[in-house]
Design a protein around this ligand. Sequence first.
Ligand code: 5AD
Ligand code: FES
Length: 355
Amino acid sequence: MESNRELIERLNVEHKLTQDEYAKLIDTFDEDDFKLISSLADKTRRDIFSNEVYLRGLIEFSSFCKNDCLYCGLRRSNTKAERYRLEKDEILACCEEGYKLGYRTFVLQSGEDMFFTDDRICDIVSGIKADFPDCAVTLSIGEKSRESYKAYFDAGADRYLLRHETADATHYARLHPPELLLENRKRCLYDLKDIGYQVGTGFMVGSPFQTAECLAEDMIFLRDLEPQMVGIGPFIPHSDTPFAGFSQGTTQLTVFMIALIRLTLPSALIPATTALATVDPIGREKGLVAGANVCMPNLSPMSVRKKYLLYDDKACTGDESAQCRVCLERRLNSVGFKSVVSRGDAPKFVNTKSR
Ligand code: 5AD
Ligand code: FES
């Protein structure tokens, strides 16, 4: 078998490895391999996106969730979680504030909250599109029927984020309650793509029971789905979940996976996530210099930020939106990047339905 160096160099040219090759690389990379893959991923990102980092404003509009994922602080069994819901007007006010700060993409994220029926979601999406016609709207509200996804798209939603969490069915079953199936998660993602959304998926790194083979399977799935965005972050235990006692994912493996994804899907949008910034004070910067090119600062109202806790010690819950913007800009500049607030999407995927 080829050395890790040879595998990385071939991946850099061919953008694919076999599942066994991915697994071997993930399992056995050393410091030199890490440096090599980071620098090649950095170069790939630079060739395609220069030093530009896309900013998306994140609005966490409901912390209610009907699901019970074992890793997530918002799971329905967590009776200690404080639940909140934003009104449509409050969501629009977040967009207004974001717009003034320069954001041109709004990501609406929530738990799977049945209060927000399809009609309510469509009303909110079309409301945002009416007030901010030059902005993209991204939804991240979980598993729905194809009909629901179609309705949101027709109301003007451009993009959808739904992490697959793990592409290994056995591993999926250990992270989720029996009623949640990998098969349905994948069905959702292929439906979303088919409808015309720009799709984002992703997974946690270092989640309980995850092996190098699981991560290799994630890479094979990514190649098959070809999502426009791939969001990954370290698993971080939440103290009021069944996974409280597990250890968190490492910065090193997460950043390595970012680089691996960049070389596998060269033109993907890859966020440097809040989870990465939570496990490492300069995690976001480390992600960016190894191939990431998106940041998603929080636009949620200050009063609710500390209630949307997927995991313990979540970063950036204490700053106003304007402060986040300034802080982020400074951090980006410190590693030689500049922020871009335009919609930043591939032209053929622009949702023109609502215009
Ligand atoms: N640690 C890290 N990431 C988490 N997520 C949920 N719970 C955790 C956790 N404990 C991630 C999941 C989900 C996204 C919104 O947040 O990948 O898709
Ligand atoms: Fe809400 Fe997993 S706990 S979707």
